[in-house]
Design a protein. Structure first.
Length: 70
C-alpha cells in the first residue's frame, strides 16, 4: 500500500515538474531576419523565385522597422 502511494506521488511530481510556461512578448521575440550566403543566391532568386526574394525582403524590412531598437 505504501508503495502505491509513493508511486502515485512520484508520478505526480514528474508530470508537474515537466510543465514550463514560455512567455513571448511580441514579434521581435520570435522573428529573426533571413540572410543569404552571398550575392549569387540573390541573383539566382531574382531569376528563379522572385516571390521568395520579395517575401524575404519584406520580412527583413519589417523586422528592421519593428525591432531595430532591441
Amino acid at each position: 500500500m505504501k508503495l502505491n502511494v509513493w508511486m502515485m506521488m512520484l508520478c505526480s511530481i514528474v508530470l508537474i515538474s515537466g510543465c514550463e510556461s514560455v512567455t513571448v512578448n511580441g514579434y521581435c521575440d520570435i522573428a529573426k531576419p533571413h540572410y543569404f550566403a552571398d550575392a549569387h543566391v540573390t541573383a539566382w532568386l531574382l531569376k528563379n523565385d522572385q516571390q521568395l526574394l520579395t517575401d524575404t525582403i519584406v520580412h527583413n524590412e519589417q523586422y528592421e522597422r519593428l525591432c531595430s531598437g532591441k
